[in-house]
Ligand binder design. Sequence first.
Ligand code: ZN
Length: 321
Amino acid sequence: MEAAYEPKTLQEAIVHFSDQVNCLNYLVARRPEWANGVVCPTCGSDKVSFLQNQLRWQCSVHHPKRQFSVKVGTIFEESPIGLDKWLAAMWMILNCKNGISSCEIHRALGVTQKTAWFMLHRIRLAQQGKMGGKMGGNGGEVEVDETFIGQKARNMHKAKRAEKIQGRGAQGKEIVFGMMERGGHVRVMHVEKRTKKELQSAIREHVEAGAAIFSDELLSYDGLESDYEHSVINHAVEYVNGNVHTNGMENFWSLLKRGLHGTYISVEPFHLFRYLDEQAFRFNNRKLTDAERFDIGVREIVGKRLTYAELTGKLESSSEA
Ligand SMILES: [Zn+2]
């Protein structure tokens, strides 16, 4: 197959995707179910005709919803926003290291701030990483750590925080737990408490038994020795001892916080996991070019929908709907 043109910079992306046909071709090529040609999303028939004027398809079988656009079954479905703006917004979000605020999207693309906010959240949903298998297999090394998102804890030294706040989040602060395979991916989650039960069940779910685990001295990590090769760095004494450290996670936290406190004015706890997903996506794809990261991000939009009601908390959010 002939390699199609792909934009490499934000400027090229804006120019390329200002053409609706280019948007359509880019998206069609990234839908696995259309690898052998477009099929009807309702009945699965491949007898569909393309309506050139409307840039839509029509199924030859008679049933409701015969006509469909490339937005069908994606996070863009039923959105009145043009694909030119959607794809430009995606480029900015996926490739800007510290994240983009809804205010920036609003100003750059000329959509209302409310629309920009909704677009951002839909795009974040698409980036909810598919977790894949367990980390730390084949002798891998996994760092685990927790951090607080919130005003006071942020300014408090970590060891100090540990003695002040044992086993639960201090008031008004959200706890984020992270696991990182050295040289590989990070997984982060918003947790209720940092009790032994909460943290260790996450570790056992995500890390292969027998793996090397590195943590700080938090008591909640006690007992991991039964299933893992557990090394502890006591942050009250030192930050690194040979290969015993959690510097990978520490680096990720500083990236996360730069994004949260710089670009985003405030994060409501309800939405925190979406910001975590966004930052983890960029981190896990950090070695790629902008064009490659965008390609992967766009492939993730299929099969995911998010309504305004779900976003604003009126209903449980669902990525399977
Ligand atoms: Zn059909």
